[in-house]
Write a protein that binds this ligand. Structure first.
Ligand SMILES: [Mn+2]
Length: 322
């Protein structure tokens, strides 16, 4: 049976329609290789208002040639108090990640990529980091240390979100130059089976601290492409981040942890609100499928199955074959 990705979320349909055996043979491992999932990626970065000249301390990379890889690192700003530029570690970590992506040992494993990139990073500092890799079969592999985030949107709804990792409020897990930090072994590792049309929205904490899911969904819905979506999302988060009256996800979280205005202000009806000024990095990726021609006249067969149906079945096929 050629199960769609959605069947993982709901009980699989077990009745055997006449065309199922045919479709299954069509998406056997060999033939599924003709359909490849790729990402159309847009990015946008807005530095902290006081760090515009230096570009801020977030860093990211997007793999070229449709390889379906992207990563974000957020340099921990506390290093500035020790006269260390917090941007050096995050930038070097991303530069090393983009180098090791071609390493055979990495082999589509974002956790191994983090391990190698971390080991090769010689700058002093620390960073939160997230890496996402899309396999050609449509499986998205994610490794995250700290509070960078990633959401998957399908048919106008958030169907997957990563969870932040932290020691305590405002102190996330982080890869560090110091032994006290976390390692790739501490990463949150997830796998998500994607379908054509799914949207991925990933960002640093400066993005997710300043925008709600419903706003993300609206912007994605209204944007013509991933470039426009990334820019619009970053700009909306930036607007909220400097708005002292906006009840942001960050201020809501702070209150839930017991942080608030002094008691006498509370008596006057005040509460802790406002956005959180920070570097804002947004990556928006749309899942697309491309057909890789083979020698067996696949073009004729492809016409027999509807385009969208074909793409969904092809993308989901590996989970059946693993
Ligand atoms: Mn940040």
């Amino acid at each position: 049976m050629a199960a769609s990705t959605a069947s993982r979320l709901s009980p699989p349909c077990l009745h055997a329609a006449p065309h199922h055996p045919l479709r299954r043979s069509r998406f056997s491992p060999l033939r599924a290789a003709k359909l490849e999932a790729v990402l159309s990626i847009g990015t946008h970065v807005i530095p902290h208002p006081r760090k515009v000249e230096t570009g801020g301390e977030d860093a990211f990379f997007v793999g070229g040639d449709g390889c379906g890889v992207f990563a974000i690192a957020d340099g921990v700003s506390g290093w500035a108090e020790k006269n260390v530029n917090p941007a050096l570690f995050s930038r070097e970590l991303m530069a090393n990640s983009s180098t090791f992506i071609k390493d055979e040992e990495v082999s589509q494993d974002p956790q191994i990529l983090l391990m190698k990139a971390h080991a090769a990073t010689s700058s002093i500092g620390s960073a939160t980091v997230i890496v996402a890799m899309l396999e050609k079969t449509g499986t998205l592999k994610i490794a995250s240390v700290g509070d960078c985030g990633l959401k998957v949107i399908r048919k106008g709804q958030v169907m997957f979100s990563t969870c932040p990792q932290e020691h305590y409020f405002d102190c996330p897990y982080q890869l560090s130059s110091e032994a006290i930090g976390q390692t790739s072994q501490d990463a949150l590792v997830c796998t998500v089976n994607l379908m054509e049309g799914d949207m991925i929205v990933s960002g640093s904490d400066g993005f997710f601290d300043n925008i709600f899911d419903q706003e993300i969904l609206s912007v994605i819905n209204e944007s013509p492409g991933t470039d426009e979506a990334a820019k619009a999302l970053a700009e909306l988060a930036r607007k909220h981040s400097v708005d002292v009256t906006f009840d942001s996800p960050y201020s809501m979280e702070a209150r839930s942890r017991g942080f608030d205005v002094p008691w006498w202000k509370k008596l006057l009806g005040a509460k802790l609100v406002g956005g959180k000024m920070d570097d804002i990095t947004v990556i928006v990726a749309q899942v697309k499928t491309v057909v890789i021609p083979d020698d067996e006249g696949s073009g004729v067969e492809l016409e027999k199955v509807g385009g969208e149906q074909l793409a969904a079945a092809g993308v989901a096929s590996t989970e059946q074959n693993e």
